[in-house]
Design a protein around this ligand. Structure first.
Ligand code: AMP
Ligand code: MG
Length: 415
């Protein structure tokens, strides 16, 4: 088993081990937020025929001549939306036409209703259209045989609308990883439990399950294991059918840290332990041979658990789900205060982030102890303080992983 990997080495390692999950077929509306596992090729032409982009009159442009407007045409028939046109436009004729209605044969332009005057069977054309003005061409959106969506695309409102337009009632998407979540420790209780006598709520169970749901993975909560080898083993065994098993706490070197031993006893091959980062050094990674789950033994401290989930589990789950990019958005931010550390480990500094006069500024959320969960609620990003660096001075810039999906949300619309 390797130890003391850098975060970058550990990320490469876990991502190399992670498979992309197979496809499954879901109904198109249920595909929302899922990652497409097929290339979608159109069997339809959209729009299906030349049609009007306006309410107005379909005309033969040549009938209007080269002289200046106006000119009068005879209104021969009407084409409502959804109607089949069974008649061509003859010389000197106009057809009343509504938005989305097919253009009658012979017509090659549409005049907006506002640019006409109707008088009984006759219409005066006040503004002459250019050829094909206000006409939407058949196939201008999608043609038969067009490859319209690529594998790896996330299905959002526009994609679902397009699939619906193509008559696709089902779609192939990547399976959602099932993530077994286990907490361990004699001090832990469920949120409604009794916290007398120094017990604490197992917050990790909740925050890690929330992380999974937010990603579109499926959490399976295995409960709290007591600090005995047998109980840890029994709980871990229950997670063997998942795609990923995430356990928090009990992976350090304390007398009550039974996770590593229990995993090995169950046949899990531990591949590495210990990543040169802070918070989150005591991270264990392994896998069950064959079709068994990837296993992450995260540290127990709530911040360490969340930061290691961010760096290793989240990208793995995104890869499994078929995403093409696995990491959070990065920004270069100007730090607003001095930061110091010892060399050797990369620090992930919880920072608040703000956009100010065209740049992003970052400030530490304060106490960076790995037990201070509130610092994570205040953090909009994790600042990467490189392993070898010891100082960041106010005014320096640094790379920040943006955690808050609303960071780019605005309070005004820009219009
Ligand atoms: P351990 O790895 O068992 O030494 O745990 C490290 C620290 O994390 C201890 O202070 C634990 O109480 C705390 N801890 C462990 N598991 C959880 C959990 N599920 N939720 C919140 N805190 C935890
Ligand atoms: Mg413990």
């Amino acid at each position: 088993m390797r130890t003391g990997l850098t975060p970058a080495e550990a990320q490469r390692w876990v991502l190399d081990e992670a498979p992309v999950l197979a496809a499954e077929t879901v109904t198109t509306p249920d595909g929302r937020g899922r990652v497409l596992a097929e290339a979608v090729v159109s069997s339809r032409c959209l729009p299906p025929s030349d049609n009007s982009a306006m309410d107005g009159y379909a005309v033969r442009r040549a009938d209007l001549g080269q002289a200046a407007a106006p000119a009068a045409l005879r209104v021969a028939f009407e084409v409502p939306a959804g109607a089949a046109v069974d008649r061509a436009l003859g010389p000197g004729e106009a057809a009343r036409i509504l938005t989305g209605a097919p253009l009658p044969p012979g017509a090659d332009a549409v005049v907006r209703q506002e640019d006409t005057e109707r008088d009984g069977d006759s219409v005066r054309i006040l503004v002459f259209p250019s050829p094909r003005e206000h006409v939407r061409d058949a196939g201008e959106d999608v043609d038969v045989g067009d490859r319209v969506l690529e594998p790896g695309v996330v299905l959002g409102p526009a994609e679902l609308g397009l699939l619906a337009s193509l008559g696709r009632s089902v779609v192939a998407v990547h399976q959602r990883p099932r993530v077994a979540i286990l907490s361990g420790g004699d001090e832990l209780v469920e949120p409604d439990g009794d916290v007398a006598g120094g017990r604490i709520v197992s917050s990790n169970s909740w925050s890690l399950a929330a992380h999974c749901r937010e990603l579109g993975a499926e959490p399976l909560y295995l409960g709290i294991a007591r600090d005995t080898p047998a109980d840890v083993e029994a709980h871990l065994a229950a997670g063997r059918s998942a795609d990923v098993l995430v356990s928090s706490a009990g992976v350090s070197v304390g007398d009550h840290d039974h996770v590593r031993g229990a995993l090995e006893k169950l046949g899990c091959e531990l591949q590495f332990w210990g990543v040169k980062m802070k918070p989150g050094y005591p991270l264990a990674f392994g896998r069950f041979p064959g079709r068994g789950p990837l296993v992450f033994g995260l540290p127990g401290n709530p911040v360490s658990a969340l930061v290691t989930f961010e760096q290793f589990v989240r990208p793995v789950l995104r890869k499994m789900m078929g995403h093409r990019s696995w990491f959070r958005p990065l920004v270069e931010a100007r730090v607003l205060e001095d930061l110091d550390k010892k060399p050797g480990r990369l620090h992930f500094v919880r920072v608040s982030l703000e956009r100010r006069e065209g740049e992003v500024v970052a400030r530490s959320t304060g106490n960076q102890s790995s037990g201070v969960l509130r610092s994570m609620t205040l953090a909009r990003g994790l600042l990467v303080f490189p392993a070898d660096a010891t100082k960041l001075r106010a005014g320096d810039t640094a790379t920040v992983q943006v955690l808050d999906p609303d960071f780019f949300a605005a309070t005004h619309s820009g219009v």
